[in-house]
Design a protein. Structure first.
Lengths: 469, 464
């Protein structure tokens, strides 16, 4: 490994190539086109196997029926984990593009590739439509249910439509962003040129096409963000809050969206580390990227605490019977150990470790902390969805409180199969797609060569970056 | 940033210290007019102190009126400084350079204005220290009190949070000012002013070590002040949200909703100030349409997030389908005068400005930005008013407790006082210290480069 100079490993190396030593695209295309190694294939087979196990788990869960909602606790948790982790990762690309951060360039495609996980999310979501009761059971709903005027299956209908729109937007966004790269590969690859020709869809790199690409990516990026918020808003309300009588938390949809972005940054950090360590991209991914992700993770973890305390303060101070019940259910009752572990993994660990320069500004620190965040994120989903789906919604007439609080559901074999499947299936799709879509954007890095240069500045040499509109 | 004008150090020093060295012609007339408004407000306050709170419009059941609205409004405006200065400093946004000082100063004076509203609101301000439990050493002086202040009360959180914010803002402004004070020290003629500037400059001579500390300190302070910035408005929001007695207040989204609203209002305040300074001091070499464009795009994002929070606040207020809450919301949207105010609030706070900012020509035009950002702050003042007053004045089952609220002349005078005070404070500050930091601008000039791509010149910057 070459000694890192001024933490600008990526930019310096790419710029070295821009000086004519090695064309950056050639090296990236070579890495993309080379035969995948044994480690990649092993990982592909493992995720494929676990995905099949997951599908078997889904079938077994469906065969057990939909009446016992508590049996679906882990299933719903796993499905929500996909949406609040894998589907949050593409937000990194959109946000850093808006902020015109050049350090994003080697990793923005990786973040976009996570869009493919939406297919796994959709597969896992379908059975939940049968688990969630219709509005005729009398629970509160966003749709202000009025029999005869509002369909009793409003949450099912509108969430499904939003979710399909969300996944389609994600896939379109991935394709649009990768289209110029498909054109490069169409012209430079042997064997797969027909596929790339189809995917490039007549891209020739005209001024008009570039202008249209930028506009479409911007508009779709905004759509993606809005649809992410919408889908998570439905998941937070009709698929969660409505199942816990008395829980009115206007902040929770925002918290869930924040959790999705936190999970997304965490899983992206791990993916970037894998690309750097084992993917052969050490010349393109450097400390700048992992350090930047570490900083993001730190900031987002602080926000987790703020969202948490903002809800807690209001509910705890309010002390209405329903609010005390909700706190008892989600935090201080039987789910207390889950809450403590969540808090530890998702807030304490990132905060206290990423404060330290030596951890934040390192190759190994941010990915290790990211694993902690992902564990915490899963526990947080379980704390909410697990408790909501196993709750007996009977209210005691005398005390106006829950008749009983549920015990923590212990996962059985089917639950474990579903959990492994939910984690593996998106990874399997990502690995498959990475064979066709370059995991480092060729055009974005090529573009950077135009904007970045090394110049002499008094007695030293500095990096000069252009930031056009 | 596509537009750039390379300026020499002496030109920058001359331009930016000119308002400090000599008064502009309009200065005393403007400050005098603002002073008159402040005098009217102070007279009203003396009258209120003498006669009691009865001279205000607050009465049972509406005990919180224009003063508390104004308090929340100015706390919101105060978020401009930290948002623009600290966050943009941490993210190394180059376009921040000419506007950071103005934003920080706006924070300083709006915080003082906010605190003054608390003084106006309490009937006997000389007893305001009663809110704090005195340490045993003082009990000897005050046996008769016999009170046990509730330190857990939200009303104790406010002075602590706002006081900390004020102290850290003063520290922030002062630390960033030191090189410019030293510059002014060297420019003014010998006399009392030179002595004062010399003391304030803390012996700054521009040695490499001093510059190193000067470069690091604001970044460290930015990181330290950010949690305070978040906590202040969260705590102000909890004054309302932790209460269950008033419909419309008990909502968990209040903290983020208030913070994002504060940023919306505060950043708009900064734009208004920028446009004002541009005209008053002819700063068009420093404040460019690019700056308005960048901040305009930021405002579109902030305003949209704020609107989403407003949407959630409304949806979840109606979600439990409780009659009192529905009655309140119904009153807000369908009963005059609340309904008129609500429409004005939505139009001025979101739809008109954001609709306008979607056009690049509007974002790059200082005059349009000036008027649209004033509209935002009209909307945001009304937003706070519509959160506070209708909830308290709604007619409940007990008819003896019915009542509404109309601000009295004294309250209107004191609200006007706070606006005059903040504008006057910024102008007087600009008369004493440079409102655009010369050292920051000079640094920006050195960091600036141009990269030629094809036929286009792209503005570039040295990455630190």
């Amino acid at each position: 490994m070459k000694k890192i100079k001024n933490n600008l490993i990526f930019t310096e190396r790419v710029i070295e190539r821009s000086l004519g030593k090695v064309p950056v695209n050639k090296e990236l295309i070579n890495i993309h086109n080379r035969k995948r190694g044994n480690t990649f294939n092993l990982f592909l087979y493992i995720t494929a196997f676990l995905s099949v196990i997951g599908v078997v788990g889904i079938i077994l869960r469906i065969m057990n029926g939909f009446d016992d909602m508590s049996a679906w606790s882990y299933y719903v948790t796993a499905c929500m984990f996909i949406f609040t982790t894998f589907m949050g990762a593409p937000m990194f690309s959109m946000a850093t593009k808006v902020a015109r951060g050049n350090w994003r360039r080697p990793i923005s495609r990786m973040s976009e590739i996570f869009c493919i996980s939406g297919i796994a999310g959709l597969i896992f979501f379908i059975p939940i439509l049968w688990v969630l009761p219709s509005l005729e059971d009398g629970r509160k709903t966003l749709w202000f249910f009025d029999p005869g005027k509002v369909p009793a299956y409003s949450p099912h209908i509108w969430t499904t439509l939003a979710l399909i729109g969300f996944v389609l937007t994600a896939l379109t966004l991935l394709w649009l962003n990768a289209r110029p790269d498909f054109a490069i590969l169409r012209d430079k690859s042997k064997g797969k040129s027909k596929i790339y020709s189809f995917l490039a869809h007549g891209w020739v790199g005209s001024t008009h096409q570039w202008g249209a690409l930028r506009d479409r990516v911007s508009v779709l990026g905004i759509f993606y963000f809005m649809l992410l918020l919408t889908v998570l808003y439905f998941f937070a309300s009709d698929f969660l809050m409505a199942l816990i009588p008395g829980w009115v938390d206007s902040l929770y949809p925002v918290t869930l969206s924040h959790n999705a972005i936190q999970g997304g940054v965490a899983i992206l950090t791990i993916a970037v580390f894998i690309m750097w360590k084992w993917g052969g991209y050490q010349n393109f991914i450097g400390l700048d990227q992992l350090w930047g992700l570490g900083k993001l993770l730190f900031g987002i973890s602080l926000l987790w605490f703020w969202f948490f305390i903002s809800s807690l303060m209001v509910l705890w101070y309010g002390k209405k019977p329903n609010e005390r019940d909700v706190l008892q259910l989600l935090m201080f009752g039987k789910y207390l150990p889950i809450f403590i572990f969540t808090f530890f993994f998702v807030c304490i660990v990132p905060f206290f470790s990423l404060t330290l320069d030596s951890i934040r500004k390192s190759y190994y620190g941010p990915p290790i902390i990211a694993i902690s965040v992902l564990i915490g994120n899963f526990l947080d989903r379980f704390r909410h969805y697990g408790s909501a789906y196993s709750l007996d919604r009977t209210i005691d007439d005398a005390t106006h409180r829950f008749a009983s609080l549920p015990d923590i559901v212990i996962p059985n074999m089917v639950d474990l199969m579903v959990i492994f499947g939910a984690v593996s299936m998106p990874l399997f799709f990502i690995l498959i797609i990475s064979k066709y879509v370059p995991v480092i954007s060729l055009w974005e890095n090529r573009e950077y060569l135009l904007y970045g240069s090394h110049e002499k500045y008094y007695k030293t040499e500095v990096l000069v970056e252009g930031k056009p509109y | 940033m596509q537009e750039h004008q390379q300026l020499s150090d002496s030109e920058i020093t001359e331009d930016l210290t000119a308002p400090v060295i000599r008064s502009a012609r309009w200065f005393w007339s403007v400050v005098g007019s603002l002073g008159f408004i402040m005098l009217v407000g102070i007279s009203g306050y003396i009258y209120e102190l003498y006669s009691g709170l009865g001279v205000t419009g607050v009465q049972r059941p509406v005990y919180w009126g224009a003063y508390i609205t104004n308090f929340v409004f100015w706390i919101g405006i105060s978020h401009a400084g930290i948002m623009v200065s600290a966050i943009l400093r941490l993210t190394q946004a180059e376009w921040k350079r000419p506007i950071t000082r103005a934003a920080e100063v706006l924070t300083l004076f709006s915080l003082i204005a906010a605190l003054s509203n608390i003084m106006f609101h309490v009937g006997r301000p000389w007893r305001i220290y009663w809110i704090t439990p005195l340490p045993p050493i003082f009990i000897g002086f005050d046996f008769a009190r016999g009170i046990w202040p509730n330190v857990r009360s939200p009303f104790v959180w406010d002075p602590v949070a706002v006081g900390t914010y004020l102290l850290s803002t003063i520290l922030f402004v002062y630390t960033c000012l030191i090189p410019d004070i030293a510059l002014v020290r060297d420019k003014v003629k010998a006399g009392p002013a030179k002595i004062i500037y010399s003391i304030l400059a803390l012996g700054f001579r521009g040695t490499p070590r001093q510059w190193k500390v000067q470069g690091t300190a604001p970044i460290l302070l930015s990181a330290l002040v950010l949690p305070i910035f978040v906590s202040v408005h969260s705590i102000v929001s909890w004054d309302f949200a932790v209460s269950i007695a008033v419909e419309g207040w008990h909502s968990t989204i209040f903290a983020p909703y208030f913070i994002i609203g504060a940023i919306h209002s505060g950043v708009s305040g900064v734009v208004t100030l920028m446009a004002g300074l541009l005209w008053l001091y002819k700063l068009d070499k420093y404040i460019k349409p690019d700056h308005f464009d960048a901040i305009g795009r930021l405002l579109v994002v902030v305003a949209t997030i704020w609107f989403f929070a407003l949407f959630l606040e409304w949806v979840y207020a109606l979600y439990p389908l409780e009659d009192p809450e529905i009655a309140l919301r119904n009153m807000q949207v369908s009963q005059p005068p609340w309904s008129y105010l609500f429409i004005v609030f939505l139009l001025t706070g979101f739809f008109i400005p954001v609709g306008a900012w979607l056009f690049k020509s509007v974002r790059r035009n200082p005059m349009w930005m000036f008027f649209t950002t004033i509209l935002v702050n009209i909307g945001m003042w009304l937003e706070r008013f519509l959160i506070i007053v209708p909830g308290l004045s709604r007619r409940t089952e007990l008819s003896f407790n019915w009542g509404t609220y109309t601000p009295s002349l004294v309250e209107i005078g004191l609200v006007a006082f706070t606006f005059a005070f903040v504008i006057c404070g910024v102008l007087v500050f600009a008369r004493i210290f440079p409102l655009i930091p010369p050292f920051d601008i000079k640094e920006g000039m050195r960091f600036r480069h141009v990269i030629k791509i094809g036929k286009k010149n792209i503005s570039a910057v040295v990455r630190e």
